[in-house]
Design a protein around this ligand. Structure first.
Ligand SMILES: NC(=O)c1ccc[n+]([C@@H]2O[C@H](COP(=O)([O-])OP(=O)(O)OC[C@H]3O[C@@H](n4cnc5c(N)ncnc54)[C@H](O)[C@@H]3O)[C@@H](O)[C@H]2O)c1
Length: 324
């Protein structure tokens, strides 16, 4: 295959919640050897190590990124390395350094080596001034978290690299991601994953947001599909080079607990809001993603009922196999 048709992909943040599953999907699609997983500090899983190349990359070092890009002749980067919202509030300086300087390094290497980039933004770009119900694609962006600030700045930087240098960079604003493979890494929506583990393990969970807290969420298969579908779209379809709203489902913490109780009737959930409640209260409750649907055919598959059924099935199986 020629360099033009063959995909050589680098995934940063490959040991994270999304990266660990996206890497495996990309390896299925493009062959293990063509997808380089890049981690940082955290030990990679056996699955990740055995299915293709693995490298340690500190995203704050442009030299680190460039070395791997040259060695593997990379033409596409899925840039997932980041510090998330809750961890970011505990260390804003680190969040700025990793999220902004990391993205800048990726974009610069991409510009110099003619590489396409996928980079996820987040619903954290919205602040209390934006409409909280059916939040539109284009609206006021005044986030209150450092994480949100880095995502707004990142979106503008991506748009700048597209308009100024013609760099093919694409992005979606993910809502909270729910998955059963790798635990989430310090976000405000982590409760929507932890609740499943605790419901199955202990029949009890203490949730760190109020029962009536409603946030937009997405199940991992849709999350992966959003990235793949956006990257496969023809360039002419991508009219927004900041980032696209993508929605799947919205529910309150109480509604999630009630859905889990359909499978585990004795499950008890208590609510003890902490500092993350304030972050959740500044974010949208639901997202208008009609622009993504229209421009590149975004169409999620999972809702609260089908996601819950699948999560419980997968986690119960893993518990039964002692695979934790
Ligand atoms: N998970 C969600 O709910 C969610 C929602 C919206 C957006 N996103 C975005 O999706 C992307 C991936 O998120 P995730 O949930 O997989 O996060 P995660 O925390 O699970 O993984 C992020 C990874 O980044 C790596 N990292 C941190 N500092 C680094 C550095 N200096 N150099 C290289 N790597 C470093 C960490 O090792 C970690 O594996 C992020 O950009 C995040 O903002 C995630």
């Amino acid at each position: 295959m020629s360099r033009k048709t063959m995909k050589r992909i680098l995934v940063t943040g490959a040991t994270g919640q999304i990266g660990s599953e996206l890497t495996m999907e990309l390896r299925k699609k493009y062959d293990g050897d063509n997808v380089v997983a890049a981690g940082h500090k955290r030990k990679p899983s056996e699955k990740l190590l055995e299915s293709g190349p693995f490298e340690y990359v500190d995203i704050t070092s442009k030299g680190n990124i460039e070395k791997v890009v040259k060695e593997y002749d990379i033409d596409t980067i899925y840039h997932l390395a980041a510090v998330l919202s809750a961890t970011g509030e505990e260390n804003p300086q680190l969040a700025w350094n990793v999220n902004i300087n990391g993205l800048y390094n990726v974009l610069e290497v991409a510009r110099e080596h003619d590489i396409r980039v996928f980079w996820p933004s987040s619903i954290a770009v919205f602040g209390p001034e934006a409409p909280r119900i059916n939040t539109p694609q284009d609206t006021i962006l005044i986030p209150r978290t450092i994480y949100g600030v880095t995502k707004v700045a990142g979106e503008l930087l991506c748009n700048y690299y597209f308009t100024r240098f013609g760099l093919d960079v694409r992005s979606v604003r993910y809502p909270g991601i729910i998955s059963s493979e790798t635990p989430p890494g310090g976000g405000t929506t982590d409760y929507a994953v932890e609740i499943f583990y605790e419901a199955i393990r202990n029949r009890h969970y203490t949730c760190f947001v109020r029962e009536d807290t409603v946030l937009p969420m997405m199940y991992m298969p849709d999350c992966i599909n959003a990235a793949l579908k956006l990257m496969e779209a023809d360039s002419s379809q991508i009219k927004h080079r900041t980032s696209y709203n993508v929605n799947a489902m919205s529910f309150s913490a109480g509604e999630l607990a009630a859905e889990i109780r359909k499978y585990i009737p004795e499950f008890k959930c208590e609510y003890e809001p902490d500092f993350r409640q304030k972050i959740a209260d500044s974010w949208p409750m639901s997202i208008d993603d009609s622009v993504a649907r229209r421009e590149w055919g975004w169409n999620p598959k999972y809702d609260l009922a089908s996601m819950t059924r699948d999560m419980i099935e997968k986690l119960k199986k893993r518990f039964a196999e002692g695979n934790f």
